[in-house]
Design a protein around this ligand. Structure first.
Ligand code: SF4
Length: 158
């Protein structure tokens, strides 16, 4: 089972042969093989039969991961809620400035503990380290959590 999506030309050129990588969605990080070599320039995602964690298996999120790449409703730029409550497209600089201003305003009004960060079990060790440093040193907050508590904890409780 696999999912396919149109391959942008630069990606097709970069991936001239099948590439082993990981599903980005959850902490299992299932091994997958991304293949752009099909003659119709479609991106094909298959479970990696040699990866010891999933051994050729993936859940539906992994199998369909390529399908969202060219989905017409995919969000392709930052959205900021405007004065009338509707999302408006903005550039990255505007979006990041907005986030920085809001964090600074919240810290000033309510203290450093009013903000926190939310990571993921899919982060690499290096990214998890940086997120911890950013939270504790830059934001001076003790509040850091990740999606594992919300995703896997509910699954484990069933
Ligand atoms: S279990 Fe599913 S979502 Fe998690 S890494 Fe594997 S394929 Fe991806």
């Amino acid at each position: 089972m696999s999912a396919r999506a149109d391959v942008p030309a630069p990606l097709a050129r970069a991936l001239s042969e099948p590439v082993k990588t990981h599903c980005p969605y959850c902490a299992f990080q299932c091994g997958m093989v991304v293949d752009t070599t099909a003659s119709d320039r479609r991106l094909d995602v298959q479970a990696d039969p040699e990866f010891p964690v999933n051994r050729g298996q993936m859940c539906i999120k992994g199998f369909t991961s390529a399908a969202i790449l060219d989905h017409p409703e995919r969000v392709r730029s930052p959205l900021v809620r405007g004065r009338k409550g509707k999302f408006e497209e903005v550039g990255w600089d505007t979006a990041l400035d907005y986030v920085a201003e809001r964090i600074a305003a919240l810290r000033k009004t309510h203290g450093a503990s009013a903000v926190g960060t939310f990571g993921s079990g899919a982060l690499t060790n290096e990214k998890a380290y940086l997120l911890g440093k950013f939270t504790r040193v830059a934001l001076e907050s003790e509040h850091i959590d990740d999606n594992g508590r919300y995703c896997m904890a509910s699954a484990a409780a069933i």
